[in-house]
Design a protein around this ligand. Structure first.
Ligand code: DGT
Length: 141
């Protein structure tokens, strides 16, 4: 029996921060002209060659929202495909940071109550795991 040769998938590793304050979670509005424009995402981005996931998240949060973050534990891992390629999403807790979040990259930033995530536009990748995300956000400080 020969195993059918499959095409190798292309996966892009992405780190995101679950940044919590007073029971709310920080979301950034993806800018016009970018993929998923108009969706409210957890700040973060792609891991670059040679970085650990934690280093990548620290860098992305500095670049995108100008905070010096202390990256906490990994809370959730998820995959999502966009046709030919897919993203491997790693969600980390971020409970401590220095500085006030500013929208350097995003069109806007907002602090949302976990249940609000059900009503606003979020990436499809996150919608699929929304129940788990809400449980994680509600369950941690
Ligand atoms: P693109 O246009 O798809 O190559 O990506 P970029 O460079 O505009 O965006 P980047 O670097 O933030 O990559 C993150 C990818 O992960 C992007 O395809 C969107 C996807 N994604 C899904 N959910 C989330 C989320 O909650 N936060 C972030 N930052 N990305 C998410």
């Amino acid at each position: 029996m020969f195993k059918k040769k499959r095409r190798r998938s292309v996966w892009i590793p992405v780190v995101t921060g679950l940044i919590k304050k007073d029971g709310k979670i920080l979301l950034g509005l993806r800018p016009v002209g970018e993929s998923l424009a108009g969706a409210w995402e957890f700040p973060g981005g792609k891991i670059e060659q040679g970085e650990t996931p934690e280093e990548a998240l620290k860098r992305e949060l500095q670049e995108e929202i100008a905070i010096e973050a202390e990256v906490g534990p990994l809370r959730l891992v998820h995959t999502h495909s966009y046709g030919e390629r897919g993203v491997l999403l790693l969600f980390y807790d971020v409970s401590f940071w220095k500085g006030e979040p500013k929208s350097v990259y995003h069109q806007d930033l907002r602090w949302a109550a976990p249940d609000e995530l059900e009503k606003i536009q979020i990436p499809e990748a996150n919608r699929k795991i929304l129940t788990q995300l809400i449980t994680i956000i509600k369950g941690s400080r």
